[in-house]
Design a protein. Structure first.
Length: 236
């Protein structure tokens, strides 16, 4: 978690504080941008989670209860997808493309077009949102009972809170009017208002991903300890 705080501090000092004149250098530490150290770190976090979950799948694959092994495999695939999504911005680009298709073929009787017009934020949220919610519930119910301590359960719950809060900030960002209203009300640039919100969003995403990784690593260590005990007992 120290890395997230460090990236946040560098962004505040270098970008918001304009400590460096070069915008190219500042953008390296601008965690609100796609091509930055913050984006790279987020991709690593979800990729590491996918790898840990893959190891859990391998360790469970030799058991008679195949449903648990399949459960870890599903989670591994999902976090590898999140890593790829973070790198390629899949949900934003697909959502944006779908929105353009709907807007260009809009008819009054089209229920999807009407819903798109009604929805006040980004199209990806109503398009991908249900899938992410289903996977979130799946993670919660699959892992919750396997966590032996309240601390790990609190970490898992906090991870969901971080990602949920980040999505809420993204929802506000998609409405646009709030940032414009605040910038006009305070008579400041739009960047002055929007940047702190976007930085907070990315920080919460990184923090949530870190908490998920901690939970998954804890599950892996517990499984390895049991696996070692079983192997030792079989040798004896």
């Amino acid at each position: 978690m120290l890395i997230e705080v460090l990236l946040l501090g560098l962004d505040i000092v270098l970008n918001y504080g304009l400590l460096i004149e070069s915008s190219s250098i500042r953008n390296i530490f601008n965690i609100a941008r796609e091509q930055s150290l913050g984006s790279w770190f987020s991709i690593l976090l979800t990729a590491f989670s996918g790898t840990v979950l893959l190891l859990l799948f391998i360790l469970h694959s030799d058991q008679t209860s195949s449903w648990q092994a399949k459960g870890w495999a599903i989670l591994s695939a999902f976090f590898f997808y999140l890593s790829a999504d973070d790198a390629a911005k899949i949900h934003e680009r697909v959502g944006g493309k779908i929105a353009k298709i709907i807007e260009s073929n809009q008819t009054s009787s089209d229920a999807i077009a009407q819903w798109h017009d009604y929805f006040p934020s980004y199209a990806w949220q109503w398009l991908f949102g249900p899938v992410f919610i289903i996977m979130g519930l799946y993670i919660l119910f699959f892992i919750w009972k396997q966590l032996p301590t309240k601390h790990l359960k609190a970490a898992l719950f906090s991870a969901f809170l971080c990602w949920g809060a980040a999505v809420c900030i993204d929802f506000i960002e998609g409405q646009e009017f709030l940032f414009k209203f605040l910038s006009n009300y305070w008579d400041v640039k739009l960047y002055t208002v929007s940047h702190p919100f976007l930085v907070l969003e990315e920080f919460l995403e990184m923090l949530g991903a870190t908490l998920f990784l901690i939970v998954f690593i804890s599950c892996l260590l517990m499984k390895l300890s049991r696996y070692r005990v079983i192997n030792i007992s079989s040798i004896d």
